[in-house]
Design a protein around this ligand. Structure first.
Ligand code: NAP
Length: 319
């Protein structure tokens, strides 16, 4: 029977399904992980992990007979997929099943940023309505110019769900897509031309701090930055600086540079909406992601195929 190493947490139901197929080792239950890798690493042919936890190259190197890493989440910047592909290890992820949920979360960030519902609820609950009268007006989300940094699976779903607010949609990515929106080759020009910049690219080296001080300044004093991608995509220090000195108007963030650490400066700003990386975090969507994570492993074990390999592994002979 094949042996699998599980990194991070996994729901009991999913664990039960894996136990029927594999001999399961859970990293969180192994008291001396280094010793385990040395003594039993060669028995492990599969790893199950998550986009948050990933698996480090140092560990992969010690799993001599590793064939597959199945990661729960569409973003896999915590796994060096090129390193894996070079060693013939297939990496899979969970695209598409979370598009709708992440798009919903983005719409909520967009709405909260414009209509300030968090502020308004606190205004009511703290008794200010009774004491001070009606809450101040907020900005309308309608008819905005929205620039999308990234127009992939989730980006397209966000753009589609935004349509009820009658936006003009612009987008930037490395190549144009077959979508009815205006393509910008240059991110800074798009930032200057839009009122809201929504980040929905992968994380990792290629997008690291793509949204820097120059881009944030171009977005401007009435501009809104929404980051639902990865904390690494935005220069967080520059974000704080431009919000503090008024060069940027508003921000709505689901992701941060060093999670779960969120700088106090951001926490105390009234023009900022903050969520603890819950883009896809509903029971329904997480169940679908868990199912796809397991199905990749089971399909590979039974038939040598996987359902959703990452692009870096598409050319591996095995799949
Ligand atoms: P996708 O279909 O691969 O789309 C990625 C988009 O980003 C594409 O339009 C791509 O176009 C663009 N892109 C990639 N590298 C770029 C670069 N260097 N410069 C400009 N554009 C670039 O991925 P997806 O399924 O939409 O997911 C996107 C990301 O969302 C994930 O990787 C993950 O990090 C994040 N995410 C976050 C949450 C959350 O909970 N907050 C949940 C799910 C996903 P080109 O290749 O043409 O550049």
């Amino acid at each position: 029977m094949s042996e699998i190493l599980i990194m991070g947490n996994m729901p009991d139901k999913d664990l039960g399904i894996l136990k029927a197929e594999f001999i399961v080792h859970r990293a969180i239950e192994i008291s001396n992980f280094e010793k385990f890798l040395v003594e039993q690493g060669d028995k492990i042919s599969a790893v199950a992990t998550t986009g948050f936890v990933g698996v480090h190259n140092n560990i992969i190197e010690k799993l001599e007979n590793l064939e597959i890493i199945s990661s729960n989440g569409v973003g896999y910047d915590s796994i060096d997929a090129t390193f894996c592909a070079d060693r013939g290890i297939i990496v899979t992820h969970t695209p598409d099943v979370l598009n709708a949920e992440v798009a919903n979360t983005t719409i909520m960030l967009f709405l909260n940023s414009f209509r300030e519902f968090s502020f308004n609820e606190a205004y009511l609950k703290s008794g200010r309505w009774k004491l001070e009268g009606m809450a101040p007006y907020s900005r309308s989300p309608d008819n905005r110019i929205v620039g999308m940094l990234g127009m992939g699976r989730i980006g397209q779903e966000i753009a589609s769900r935004l349509s009820m607010f009658n936006p003009k949609i612009l987008y930037h990515s490395r190549s144009p897509k077959d979508v009815p929106y205006t393509y910008y080759k240059d991110l800074k020009t798009m930032a200057r031309d839009c009122e809201v910049l929504i980040c929905i690219t992968p994380g990792g080296i290629k997008t690291n701090k793509l949204v820097n001080e120059e881009i944030l300044t171009a977005l401007g004093p009435t501009g809104t930055l929404i980051n639902i991608a990865r904390g690494s995509v935005v220069d967080q220090t520059a974000l704080i600086k431009t919000l503090e000195d008024g060069r940027l108007g508003y921000a709505a963030l689901d992701v941060f540079e060093s999670e779960p650490n969120v700088p106090d400066e951001l926490i105390h700003m009234s023009n900022v909406t903050l969520l603890p990386h819950v883009g896809s975090a509903t029971f329904e969507t997480r169940a679908a992601m868990g199912e796809l994570t397991l199905n990749n492993l089971i399909e590979f074990k039974r038939n040598g195929k996987v359902l959703t390999p990452v692009p870096e592994c598409l050319n591996l002979k095995k799949i």
